[in-house]
Design a protein around this ligand. Structure first.
Ligand code: SF4
Length: 365
């Protein structure tokens, strides 16, 4: 894996997953079930685990939801984060129930005494706290109409909350400074990163549907990640959270920061294409998504699916293997060299079986 020069941040432990200090950028998501329904919440978290989610957050809007934390924890494998606003008693209950991290803004939970109690309990339980400032819910941000002032207000809000925890000698902190505007978000993160070295949870909030949200998140997060910022990411999409995890892996893989297991290289098609390449690639992606253990690969298996033999193998020369199209059959190639032929209706089957073979070879090594 290629590593960009990443910001040196403090390491924190989230239920066994370490973020910061150059550790792999952890992928997280959030459930959208009603946390009062713990079975439905566990079911969704298991789906997230299947696609490689490494940290999961649940909202605890009320005490009844907080009472479910231990039941949820017992039935999942990844660290659990509780998202709480205003009511410190819900946060205390989440700690009692064994949550791995809190997302709470200490400036919103009332008096100094309440913060003190909360910090004391978080320390005792060895859990971390994310301060997550969000432009959408900060009136200090809305008071301004120019971007520079909004950025400053967002960064200042994060700093104010951080200082409260620091005053109580609490440093196991992660921070996010999210806005739906990319420029506001990036600038706020940059300002914060110049002042403190707490690990950063990156995200562009309210970014939209799978299509527009993926583009917006990739543009915003891509710039920050390339700059070396970010220790954990959540891609926010108005969609099944499983999609958030898939997009996050794809994004990190495209920057060579994480591997999602398989990298599919496919051509855009042109007048030389003689097969229905769009359908073939989509079928193969579906088949590949069901293969287990792909996340155990430290570098991706690169599979090329190309529309013609003229340029296909050459264009995909970095691939481990692949198929390039002819009308009736495609040529099979490895490392840019042609090694055989495959009938057009067997491409998916052939490539998936080669991926599985390669995977089991690598895992046995
Ligand atoms: S690989 Fe062949 S079919 Fe695909 S875009 Fe290139 S020239 Fe066209």
């Amino acid at each position: 894996m290629k590593l960009y020069k990443r910001n040196q941040t403090r390491k924190i432990n989230i239920g066994g997953v370490i973020i910061g200090g150059g550790m792999p950028i952890a992928i997280q998501s959030m459930t959208n079930t009603n946390t009062k329904d713990w079975k439905a919440t566990v079911k969704q978290i298991k789906q997230l685990e299947e696609v490689g989610c490494e940290i999961v957050r649940v909202s605890l809007p009320d005490m009844e939801s907080a009472y479910n934390v231990s039941k949820i924890k017992k039935n999942i494998k990844i660290p659990l984060v509780a998202d709480i606003h205003f009511d410190y008693r819900i946060a205390l209950e989440a700690i009692r129930q064994g949550v791995d991290k809190l997302r709470i803004n200490p400036g919103n939970i009332g008096s100094k005494d309440k913060v003190e109690i909360l910090v004391k309990e978080a320390k005792k339980a060895h859990i971390s706290i994310r301060i997550g400032v969000n432009a959408g819910s900060l009136k200090e941000v809305h008071n301004f109409h120019d971007n520079a002032s909004r950025v400053k207000a967002l960064a200042n809000a994060a700093m104010e909350h951080v200082k409260i925890l620091e005053k109580h000698d609490f440093f196991d902190i992660a921070v996010s400074l999210k806005a739906s505007n990319i420029d506001t978000t990036i600038q706020a993160y940059r300002i914060f990163a110049s002042k403190r070295n707490y690990p950063l949870h990156l995200g562009i909030t309210e970014s939209g549907s799978i299509f527009s949200g993926t583009i917006k998140s990739s543009a915003g997060l891509g710039i920050m990640l390339y700059d070396g910022l970010g220790d954990t990411v959540r891609v926010s999409l108005t969609a099944d959270p499983v999609e958030e995890v898939k997009v996050a892996y794809s994004l990190l893989q495209s920057l060579e920061l994480r591997s999602s297991g398989i990298e599919i290289i496919s051509c855009p098609t042109c007048a030389r294409t003689q097969v229905d390449l769009i359908k073939i690639v989509s079928d193969i992606e579906k088949r590949v998504s069901t293969i287990k253990n792909l996340r155990k690969l430290s570098k991706p298996i690169r599979v090329a699916i190309m529309g013609c033999v003229v340029n296909g193998p050459g264009e995909a020369k970095d691939a481990d293997f692949g198929i390039a199209g002819g009308k009736v059959e495609g040529v099979l190639f490895k490392n840019g060299e042609i090694v055989g032929k495959v009938k057009a209706d067997k491409w998916g089957q052939k490539l998936v079986s080669m991926i599985k073979d390669r995977l089991s070879d690598i895992l046995q090594e």
